[in-house]
Structures are given as structure tokens and as C-alpha cells.
Design a protein around this ligand. Structure first.
Ligand code: PLP
Length: 397
């Protein structure tokens, strides 16, 4: 694989900062500024509306889908990009439900991200009731699968604890019971190897501003297994998912394959930035990323446990049971995290008591991990969090 120094040089990382929050917002890739400037000045500025044709703007969702698809084990032509993840969850879930019209249950879990669950609730409301959302504990999902369930909708990696579902096993078991699966890869894409083809997942979605470093609000992606794509009905049927958008027909007719999951006009500037961000994965194998990520998180856990007896590990101890983040609990977790951030170690906090630390081997080193643990030890030993505890909590934690 490409050397660590080479991949780290692909990012702009501010001096004096240890960045362990790429699971929430990846850092600025080196090429992103130039890519945005090029689109603004040369493409939009010079070509104006002609750029939809001359600069390939219309094809960006498919082209980026192709690039992301390689990182998540998707067959060519099975991924498209656009909208935000919440929207893509809604689309995937609606299409999945339509494939199983005689069943009434959506099965998810309490570890899922709230927006995914809200989307399910909203969809149930739109369908006039009759559907039920079940959210057992993550460990109980396996036993909650039954022939009542229409769709199993899970996020592979828990945003709070980093707990990793066994996607291959759960998908296999779901299929044996006639259940359609929707996997959210928000904390998986770019963080660990995903094998969509191998697991035969039906639908998958994810965002691109976490481990894929596409920038704040970068567009999401959606995958539909190729043999289902022509049967999947996109509930949000937009003109750019029509089979002939520029025929401007009154009636909707879906495009062939994954293109039907497009909705409206692509966010060209954001997509140009994402395109540049994906360059950081060139020559990088996800298996190698995983090996390094496990080494970093294992080292971090060992350092923190040796130095900070008051912190309790909230993530699975077994590395095979985690994604690429580690969380520790502390009753004053918010204040501790603020004290860390003020000292140049950036992670984040999730209520009520979780401090999250994400590891992105493309730019995080062993030295980062040791430095973070060292600063954390000082904050705990010297009670440096007390000052932050007296201040009101910010809107984004
Ligand atoms: C980050 C995340 C989201 C966020 O959705 P947006 O629409 O992009 O704000 C949704 N679901 C999961 C599982 C996430 O991790």
C-alpha cells in the first residue's frame, strides 16, 4: 500500500492539531480547493450552462458512484450520488418496502442513527399506518428477524460506540426469511472493507463527509443490487431519475438501473470537491486501512486505560467487533472533550456521556494516538475539564 507519509500529505491538517474526528467530518483534502476553484472559474465562469455537457456535470453522480463503489465492493454501475444521507435512507427504505408489500414490520435497532429512524417513522405516517418500526437492542436483532419483517434497516457501525454488526451473517439470515435489507454505511465507507457484492445486501446508503472527506454537507450515495435496480421504485421520483429527463414528459417513467435513484439537479461544486477527496484513496487498499485502523485503536485503548483509570471503555473490546472509532464514558464527558479540544486534540461528544475518537489511517499515525492519550491523561489528572464544565454547551457537540 501507499506509504502513510504519502497519504497523510494528501490532506491539509492544521499545525498543532491531533485530529480524531474524521468519523464526523473528514479533514480538507489537498486537491479540494483547486477543484472547487476550477469548477467556479473555468467551468461555471467560462462555460456557463454549456458546462452540463462540456464538463460532464450531468454525469458526475454516476462517475462518483463508480469511484465510491470500488471502496465498498459494489459492482460497476450500481451506485449513484446525490442529496443527503437522510434522503437516501428514505428512498432506500421506501423502495425496499415496496419489494415486500405483504409484510408490515421494519426492523432496526436502538443503535441506529436517529435520522434513519425518523425517516422510517415519517414513511410509516405517509403510508397511513399499518406499518410498525421495531427497535430492539443491537444484540437482539438476530433473534428479532422473522417472516413478519419486510425490511431490515441497520447501520453497520454504531455512531456512538463503534459496535460493528455482522453484515454478511445478518443479511444471509434476513434473506433466508424473505427480508429485504437496507444497510447504512455512514461509518463504514472509507473506514473498513465492505463487500456489497459478496454479502448480497439489497440496498445500501452512506454519506461522504465522514471517512470519505467530501466536506461539510457533501452529497450521499445509494446502492441498489444490480438485479433489483430495475424493479426498485424510487419513492422520491425526480426528473433526473426519469428515463428521458429532457423529454419533459408529464408522467414519470424510471431510468434504467441505479440512475432512477437520482432526484434533482446535482450539487456540482460539492461533487467536484468530493471527486478531489476521493483521490486520497488512490492506490490504497481497504484491507490495509483496516489493519492500520485496528492497530491505532488498540494502541489508543491501551494508552488511555493505562493513563486514565476514571474513563470506561464504551466500545467493544474485541477489534473485530468495532468499526474505526473508540468511545470512552465519563459523566463529565462533554467538558473533558472541550478541554481536550482546547489543547489541540479534536474528538467529539455524544450525549449523555460518550467521548468519541475516530481513527483514519490515511492521516492518523501512532504518534497522534499517543499524543491524544497523553493530553487526555493531563486533562483528567489535573481536572482541567472543570473550567469547561462551568460553560454552557455549544449547539454542536
Ligand atoms: C451521519 C449520519 C447521518 C446524517 O445524515 P445527513 O442527512 O447526511 O445529515 C445519517 N445516518 C447515519 C447512520 C449517520 O451516521
Amino acid at each position: 500500500m501507499t506509504e502513510f507519509e504519502t497519504t497523510r500529505a494528501r490532506f491539509h491538517l492544521p499545525e498543532g492539531v491531533v485530529y480524531l474526528d474524521g468519523n464526523s467530518l473528514g479533514p480538507l483534502p489537498r486537491g479540494a480547493e483547486a477543484a472547487a476553484a476550477r469548477v467556479l472559474r473555468e467551468e461555471w465562469g467560462q462555460d456557463l450552462i454549456r458546462a452540463w455537457n462540456t464538463r460532464g456535470w450531468m454525469n458526475l453522480p454516476a462517475r462518483l458512484g463508480e469511484r465510491i463503489g470500488r471502496l465498498i465492493g459494489a459492482a460497476p454501475g450500481s451506485v449513484t450520488v446525490g442529496d443527503t444521507l437522510s434522503i437516501k435512507v428514505f428512498q432506500a427504505l421506501a423502495a425496499a418496502l415496496a419489494l415486500n408489500p405483504d409484510r408490515r414490520v421494519i426492523l432496526s435497532d436502538t443503535g441506529n442513527f436517529p435520522s434513519d429512524l425518523y425517516m422510517a417513522e415519517g414513511l410509516i405516517g405517509l403510508k397511513g399506518g399499518g406499518l410498525e418500526l421495531r427497535t430492539p437492542a443491537p444484540e437482539a436483532v438476530k433473534d428479532a428477524l422473522s417472516d413478519e419483517v419486510a425490511v431490515l434497516m441497520l447501520t453497520e457501525v454504531d455512531y456512538r460506540t463503534g459496535r460493528l454488526h455482522d453484515m454478511a451473517r445478518l443479511t444471509r439470515r434476513a434473506h433466508a426469511l424473505g427480508i429485504v435489507t437496507v444497510w447504512d454505511l455512514a461509518h463504514s465507507a472509507g473506514a473498513l472493507p465492505v463487500d456489497l457484492e459478496g454479502t448480497r445486501a439489497d440496498f445500501a446508503v452512506g454519506c461522504t463527509y465522514k471517512y470519505l472527506n467530501g466536506g461539510p454537507g457533501a452529497p450521499a450515495f445509494i446502492y441498489v443490487r444490480p438485479d433489483l435496480a430495475d424493479r426498485a421504485r424510487p419513492a422520491l421520483a425526480g426528473w433526473l431519475g426519469h428515463r428521458a429527463p429532457f423529454a419533459f414528459e408529464t408522467a414519470y417513467a424510471p431510468a434504467e438501473g441505479i440512475a432512477r435513484m437520482r432526484v434533482g439537479t446535482p450539487a456540482v461544486i460539492a461533487m467536484a470537491v468530493l471527486d478531489a477527496a476521493l483521490d486520497a484513496f488512490e492506490g490504497v487498499s481497504m484491507a490495509e486501512v483496516r489493519t492500520r485502523s485496528v492497530a491505532l485503536s488498540e494502541r489508543f485503548i491501551a494508552e488511555v486505560e493505562a493513563r486514565c483509570p476514571d474513563l470506561a471503555l464504551a466500545s467493544p473490546r474485541e477489534p473485530s467487533g468495532r468499526g474505526s472509532q473508540v468511545s470512552f464514558r465519563h459523566a463529565q464527558g462533554y467538558a473533558v472533550m472541550q478541554a481536550l479540544i482546547e489543547r489541540g486534540v479534536i474528538g467529539d461528544f455524544r450525549a449523555p456521556d460518550l467521548m468519541r475518537f475516530g481513527f483514519a489511517p490515511l492521516y492518523n499515525s501512532e504518534a497522534d494516538v499517543v499524543e491524544a492519550a497523553r493530553v487526555l491523561e493531563r486533562v483528567m489528572r489535573e481536572g482541567l475539564w472543570r473550567e469547561a464544565a462551568a460553560r454552557p454547551q455549544a449547539a454542536v457537540t
